[in-house]
Write a protein that binds this ligand. Sequence first.
Ligand code: ZN
Length: 281
Amino acid sequence: MESVERCPACGASPLLSAGGLARCRACGLARAEEPCFSEPRYGGLDEREIYSLSKSRIITELVSDLSAFRPGGGRLLDVGCASGEIMKAAASAGWDCSGVEISPRLAAEASAAGFPVHAGRLETLRTPDSSFDAVAFYDVLSLVEDPRPLLARAFALLRPGGAVFIRELNAAFHLRALALSGLPPLRALGLRPGVVHNWNYTPAAMRAFLRSSGFEGIRLRNSRPTSGDPYATGGRLGAAAVGIFKSAFFAAARAAGVLSGGRVLAASAFAAAAFKPGGQR
Ligand SMILES: [Zn+2]
């Protein structure tokens, strides 16, 4: 009999194939059956808008999380640092930053901004264990081959009490949006609100991965959307209308989060923080 793969996040349920995704009914994890690993190509879209301008509020939120964790700063490793926007913002809040970036061109840009950057994969970074107070994976774990070795390496690189900070699209939102975008009125407008990557995490799936990687004190919250429409998902509606919709939806999701005591995370993305046991937080 053919063996059925159990969910790599929660292990509670077998993965079931549906619409090109292997999905877990228990935690909601959805993995692409034909993953894509090419360097991102954004066609006619504006890279500066994608990596920097549209993410400025998201980066501000991360820096405020870092400051709340260690007000005086510390050592930060930003995995998938692109051109170094997170490192620039964190450095101005007192953090000593290093990056890892798989794209040689973006790694060179981040290096030129004055940061030590490893141009390659996290697995090939030659840095002793327990070297960092914080490791960030911002919009990175959805694109990789397997998040487990990366979380294991981050765990080893953190000192006891150190923290991992993660941002990901919320699959609970995006897979629903993807189903809706097949409806004729949305199709007529050219809307593509549902985004699917190699790994699509629900909050429950991310919690399960963090727990099985050894982290504790796991906290998730809604994360702001990018501003405007950098990936042109809004079709004929245009960036201004998409921006207004995203802000209004985020406000409603945040209200639901507050009313549910943080249990309901309905926004299009979430941010997670989790700690390596032991040591000083
Ligand atoms: Zn699962």
